[in-house]
Design a protein around this ligand. Structure first.
Ligand SMILES: C[S@@+](CC[C@H](N)C(=O)[O-])C[C@H]1O[C@@H](n2cnc3c(N)ncnc32)[C@H](O)[C@@H]1O
Length: 240
């Protein structure tokens, strides 16, 4: 997968893409990251990419001409082979990013993610992207941390990135877990401050363990995220 990141702060990403799983993904060539620094696309002596808002008000707005030029440059840098890059704008006003999106985006050969700052983007930028995604109903200062989070969710699903492929298959929100939360995990010690590992996990009866885990996943989802059960039932009905 080829990824272009449009940002005023490329240096925020460098350690992230050198470390742990993301380091392995970039070093092995499963993912190639191109940083498109917004600053050279800025205007004037200070290479400004922002300006005051029409209509007044506080804060600065990212200029459409600078941002779109940087997005185009990032897409070109990913190769002019006729395969278009899928363009994503990170904004709190976008659709909420989920594991279903992570799986969908993991199928794309090229992604360009654009990170905002200040008050966000001139409205016209929205016409130049394929989708807007939000990491949740909160506002952070810039799109860089949301971009790292989204990319980690996508890249860990690419073949060859996780050491043990199964750990990505059976986890919360996965198809294998029916889109539900995962069951609880335990490791040693068997007893910790008065809390014991459930007996069923220690008796080696794999059929019983499987059943217990399914029941736990169901109960936990019902208690914490009841809407996941409704969605899961909807998917089962669609498939039948
Ligand atoms: C301070 S925010 C701008 C918020 C904007 N004025 C609003 O009220 O919707 C600056 C940038 O941070 C990023 N950002 C902030 N919160 C985000 C979220 N929940 N998901 C994705 N990106 C976010 C976006 O790129 C955004 O352009």
């Amino acid at each position: 997968m080829q990824v272009g990141i449009v940002t005023l702060f490329p240096e925020l990403f460098t350690q992230f893409f050198k470390t742990s799983l993301m380091g392995r993904a970039t070093e092995s060539g499963v993912v190639h990251i191109h940083y498109e620094d917004l600053r050279p696309h800025g205007l004037g002596k200070h290479r400004s990419v922002d300006d005051t808002p029409y209509g007044g008000g506080s804060g600065m707005v990212m200029r459409a001409d600078c941002v779109v030029a940087a997005m185009d440059a990032a897409a070109t840098a990913l190769g002019e082979d006729g395969v278009p890059a899928h363009r994503i704008l990170l904004t709190p006003q976008g659709r909420r990013f989920t594991q279903v999106d992570a799986r969908r985006l993991a199928e794309k050969p090229k992604l360009v993610l654009t990170c905002g700052r200040y008050e966000g983007f001139d409205e016209r930028v929205r016409s130049f992207v394929d989708e807007e995604l939000s990491l949740g109903d909160f506002v952070v200062t810039g799109g860089e941390v949301p971009a790292m989070c989204l990319l980690e969710a996508v890249i860990r699903l690419l073949p060859g990135v996780l050491g043990n492929g199964d750990s990505a298959r059976e986890e919360s929100f996965s198809e294998e877990c029916g889109g539900l939360l995962e069951y609880p995990h335990y490791t040693r010690p068997v007893s910790f401050r008065g809390m014991d590992v459930p007996e069923v996990l220690r008796n080696g009866d794999h059929a019983k363990i499987k059943r217990w885990r399914e029941e736990q996943a169901h109960a936990r989802s019902a208690a914490r995220r009841p809407e996941l059960l409704v969605e899961s039932r909807g998917r089962t009905k669609d498939q039948s």
